[in-house]
Design a protein around this ligand. Structure first.
Ligand code: ADP
Ligand code: TYD
Length: 211
């Protein structure tokens, strides 16, 4: 059966990714797995430039942002201290909140999807997720969740953009369905129901850690 897994969570802003990363991580730990949870944009120097762009502190063209994410992802994989490849080698199951499908969806809105896929091909060659989990919610629900308790919105958080991003996610999923392992789950349900659905899927591909 399989080695320790690499799982990527995907979905538009507010779809419930961080909530589900936590719940899946807890379930895997309970089953005896060593789990490392991580996220993109990362907390590396490249990731912090990206965050400053999203917070409107610095300005950058969409093509520059797409390029920064390519670099941030490669560092996320290859970093010698806490890179994903190193963590997998150390025996961790790695769960990431966003990976290259986020780039396909968010940058595919502004430039050719083929270009974005090509620009991320090195990451895909280095490591394809054993499972991409796409949590599907409507852009309207996303805006409702995001505006709750917040005074300012980030760069990509407008209803119109989120509609485009969701459509691009679905386009990329359809295009790559034979190359990628993708599980789509309906996000407009309770966190527990979604987590049960995800656990059912993940437990089919996980090696029992305790024998
Ligand atoms: P993301 O990481 O995709 O942005 P979060 O997990 O941070 O999403 O969730 C965004 C907001 O929605 C948070 O306030 C969270 O508590 C809430 N939330 C997450 N999952 C659900 C759910 N299934 N139903 C209702 N609210 C949810
Ligand atoms: P994130 O902090 O995960 O936001 P949220 O928790 O609301 O989903 O991501 C910040 C933003 O980065 C989000 O709007 C999506 C965007 N993004 C890209 O544009 N390209 C990418 O490759 C990635 C990974 C994220």
């Amino acid at each position: 059966m399989k080695r320790n897994l690499f799982i990527a969570f995907e979905g538009i802003d507010g779809s419930g990714k961080s909530t589900q990363v936590k719940l899946l991580s807890d379930s895997l730990k309970k089953a005896g797995h060593k789990v490392y949870s991580t996220f993109e944009p990362t907390d590396s120097p490249i990731g912090s430039v990206i965050r400053n762009i999203f917070n409107h502190k610095i300005e950058a063209d969409h093509r520059v942002i797409a390029g920064l994410f390519v670099a941030d992802r490669l560092d996320h994989l290859l970093n010698k201290t806490n890179g994903i490849l190193k963590k997998l080698e150390e025996g961790f199951t790695v769960i990431t909140d966003r990976y290259y499908f986020s780039s396909y969806a968010y940058h595919g809105v502004h430039m050719s999807l083929d270009w974005v896929i090509e620009a991320n091909s090195l990451s895909a060659e280095l490591l394809r997720p054993d499972l991409n989990i796409y949590i599907d919610i409507s852009p309207e629900l996303s805006m409702k969740r995001l505006t709750k308790g917040r005074s300012s919105m980030e760069l990509y958080e407008t209803l119109e953009n989120l509609k485009n991003v969701r459509a691009k996610y679905l386009e990329a999923i359809e295009l790559l369905k034979f190359q990628e392992q993708i599980f789509i789950t309906e996000g407009n349900r309770s966190p527990e129901e979604i987590a049960a659905d995800i656990w059912n899927e993940v437990s089919h591909i996980t090696v029992p850690a305790k024998s």
